[in-house]
Design a protein around this ligand. Structure first.
Ligand SMILES: NC(=O)c1ccc[n+]([C@@H]2O[C@H](COP(=O)([O-])OP(=O)(O)OC[C@H]3O[C@@H](n4cnc5c(N)ncnc54)[C@H](OP(=O)(O)O)[C@@H]3O)[C@@H](O)[C@H]2O)c1
Length: 246
């Protein structure tokens, strides 16, 4: 498995989680100007020495990889998609704040390799997406929908990719606007609440992440699963078998 964005918060969590689960990490890729270049990826992640040096050589990383996990920068996404498609290596893309019009790139890439794009790779949010869609379908149109999210001060995109995915799950089954509220501060790992607000009552469905290991565990599980799939688009619901027809 190759990890792109390996020197970041999520990258280090992925390397640590992979080391704990004995998932083989074949390459850890950082940007060309990263301070982490040359370091042992395991030591950088605060676990044991893995004998994998952090590198910026994406081509070499793809050569030895059965699957790629990308939690890096949205500026790098188009290139990562193209390179994985050319090499026909499955890609799990966890990066958020993706550029407009990227869906066309996803469709092209997914013709050549398995592709899973997930703004949130946790079990809880995968289930929440389904529960929110069920509520949106069941509640009358008079209910307003508002999504409130909170993250650490260094998060770049707002609203979060997860908040937008929750909004998309609502918009797929009912008309009307979805409102967003955003909080940034401290070290909040990730909080999302979806409120359905009617006259005299309010339903709130929410999720609290307290440890980014949940995203890393879900991403690794998804990546191992994705490595065995045919070319095409997949979701975390496919991996975890969470999909109701309600
Ligand atoms: N899907 C999910 O469940 C989930 C969960 C949490 C976060 N995220 C998303 O994942 C992304 C990373 O989050 P984070 O908190 O880990 O951010 P972060 O700490 O800023 O890490 C991102 C890393 O990517 C590296 N990078 C930049 N350009 C690169 C390139 N071309 N190739 C390889 N690496 C490159 C960065 O710098 P250097 O390489 O220069 O060191 C940095 O180390 C964000 O978009 C975030 O919203 C998704």
């Amino acid at each position: 498995m190759a990890i792109l964005g390996g020197a970041g918060r999520m990258g280090r969590a992925l390397v640590a989680c992979a080391a704990g689960l004995d998932v083989a990490v074949t390459a850890v890729v950082a940007s060309a100007h990263s301070a982490a270049l040359g370091q042992d990826a395991g030591e950088m992640a605060g676990v044991r020495r893995l004998g994998v040096a952090v590198s910026s050589d994406l081509t070499a990383a793809l050569r030895g990889a059965q699957v790629v996990v990308d939690f890096s920068s949205p500026l790098a996404t188009r290139n990562h998609l193209e390179q994985c498609a050319l090499a026909r290596v499955p890609l799990l893309l966890g990066t958020t704040g993706l550029p407009d019009g990227i869906d066309a790139d996803f469709a092209r890439a997914a013709e050549r390799m398995p592709l899973l794009v997930a703004a949130n790779t946790s079990l809880g949010i995968t289930l929440l997406l389904d529960l929110v869609q069920r509520a949106a379908r069941a509640l009358p149109g008079e209910f307003d929908v508002a999504i409130c999210e909170a993250h650490h001060r260094a998060k770049r995109d707002a609203p979060s990719g997860t908040a937008l995915a929750l909004g998309d799950a609502v918009a797929a089954v009912r008309a009307g606007d979805v409102g967003y509220a955003v909080v940034r501060g401290g070290d909040i790992v990730g909080e999302h609440d979806v409120q359905f607000i009617g006259a005299g009552e309010r339903l709130t469905l929410g999720h609290r992440a307290t440890d980014r290991a949940i995203f890393a565990r879900g991403a690794l599980q998804a990546a191992v699963w994705l490595a065995g799939q045919a070319p095409g688009r997949y979701t975390m619901s496919d991996v975890l078998g969470i999909k109701s027809n309600a």
